[in-house]
Design a protein around this ligand. Structure first.
Ligand code: COA
Length: 305
C-alpha cells in the first residue's frame, strides 16, 4: 500500500485507533455541514471500514492523515471513484475524485491543500489518469477554495444534482458544483511549481551566504538529497544526504550570492536554469538543476561551463 508524505503530513493506512477521532469529527455538525447530517458511531465505523478496505485493496484511496509528531489522526485526504454516475461529460468514466475531511482543529493551516497536492501528483504520475475531479455543494467555500488552490477549475455548465441525494430527498445538499483538472494542465502547473522551488532555493541559498546560517536551505532538502557540482571551478564533487551537505557547507561556505535566469523544465518535476554570480550577472557561469519530491529537494546539481 502506498504511503504519501508531504512536509507536514503523512497519508497512510487506517488503524483501529483512528476510529475514535474519526467518529468525533463525523459527529461534529460543522464538519458535516455540507452533508445530509452528522454520522453516529455505527455509521462512522462503517464508513471507516469501507474506505480502509478500499485503500488496502487498490493500494490507493482515501488515506488516513497523520501530522507526524503532532497528531496521529486528523481526518482523510485522497482519491475515490464515486459510486454513482456523475451526470457530466468527463474525460474518464468513472471519474477519479480527490476529496478530504478533517477535524476542525486542523482547519485553515493549509493541510488539506498540502496533502491533496501530493495526491494529485500521485493520480497523474503513478495512476496515469487523464483527469481528476472534485465536487461539493455550492456553499462549501472552504472545500471550493482547496479545489481552486490545487488548480482545479469549474464551469457553471458542469453543476449537477447528486442522484443519491436527490433520491433520498436531501434537497439542501443535492445541488453540486464540479471542479476538474486534466493531465496536461497539471503537468504545466507542476512545471511552474518547479520554477518556484528553484527561485525559493536561490533565495534560501543567498540568505545563507549573507547570514552564514544555512538552516533554512538545509530544511528545504530531503533527508537523502544529493548535491553535485561539476566543472572547471569544482572538479567533480558529490555529497549525499542533507546532513553531509550541511557539513560541507559549514566547512567551505559559498561566499557569493547567485542569480538564475529563465528556468526551463526538464521533465520529471525537475527544472534547470542558467546561473551567475549576483555581482556579475552578465557573466553566465553554468547550469543549476533542481529536482524535488514530497520530502523536499532531492537533487541539486551545479555545473560550471
Ligand atoms: C474542506 C477542508 C478539508 C479544508 O481543509 P483545510 O486544511 O482547512 O484547507 P486549507 O487550509 O488547505 O484551505 C482552506 C481555505 O479555505 C479558506 N477558508 C476558510 N474558511 C472559509 C470560509 N468561511 N469561506 C471561504 N473560505 C474559507 C481558507 O482561508 C483557506 O484558503 P487560503 O489558503 O486561500 O486562505 C475542511 O474545512 C473540512 O474538513 N471541512 C469539512 C468537510 C468537508 O466539507 N469536506 C469536503 C467535502 S467536498
Amino acid at each position: 500500500m502506498v504511503t504519501l508524505l508531504t512536509e507536514r503530513t503523512e497519508l497512510r493506512a487506517w488503524r483501529p485507533s483512528d476510529r475514535d477521532a474519526f467518529a468525533a469529527l463525523n459527529a461534529d455538525p460543522a464538519v458535516m455541514e455540507h452533508f445530509p447530517s452528522p454520522l453516529d458511531r455505527v455509521q462512522s465505523d462503517d464508513f471507516a471500514d469501507r474506505i480502509s478496505s478500499g485503500l488496502e485493496k487498490r493500494g490507493w484511496g482515501l488515506w488516513a492523515m497523520e501530522l507526524p509528531g503532532r497528531f496521529e489522526f486528523v481526518g482523510f485526504v485522497g482519491l475515490n471513484e464515486p459510486g454513482f454516475d456523475v451526470p457530466v461529460d468527463l474525460a474518464e468514466t468513472p471519474p477519479l475524485e480527490v476529496g478530504w475531511r478533517l477535524g476542525q482543529a486542523a482547519w485553515n493551516q493549509g493541510l488539506a491543500s498540502e496533502a491533496a497536492l501530493e495526491v494529485l501528483r500521485f493520480a497523474f504520475a503513478e495512476l496515469g489518469r487523464r483527469e481528476v475531479v472534485s465536487f461539493t455543494t455550492p456553499g462549501n467555500d472552504r472545500s471550493r477554495r482547496v479545489m481552486e488552490k490545487l488548480g482545479l477549475h469549474t464551469d457553471p455548465r458542469d453543476d449537477f444534482d447528486h442522484p443519491h441525494m436527490a433520491e433520498l430527498g436531501h434537497d439542501r445538499v443535492t445541488r453540486h458544483v464540479l471542479y476538474r483538472i486534466g493531465a496536461a494542465e497539471h503537468a504545466a502547473q507542476e512545471h511552474d511549481t518547479a520554477r518556484r522551488q528553484l527561485r525559493d532555493h536561490v533565495g534560501r541559498f543567498n540568505l545563507g551566504v549573507r547570514s552564514g546560517d544555512w538552516s533554512a536551505m538545509l530544511r528545504s532538502l530531503a533527508p537523502d538529497a544529493v548535491f553535485t557540482a561539476v566543472g572547471a571551478a569544482a572538479g567533480v564533487l558529490r555529497v549525499e544526504g542533507r546532513d553531509a551537505i550541511g557539513v560541507a557547507y559549514a566547512a567551505d561556505p559559498p561566499s557569493d550570492e547567485i542569480v538564475v535566469f529563465d528556468p526551463v523544465g526538464d521533465g520529471d518535476h525537475g527544472v534547470v536554469a542558467r546561473w551567475s554570480d549576483a555581482c556579475r550577472p552578465e557573466r553566465v557561469l553554468g547550469d543549476l538543476c533542481l529536482h524535488a519530491g514530497p520530502a523536499g529537494i532531492t537533487a541539486l546539481a551545479v555545473t560550471f561551463d
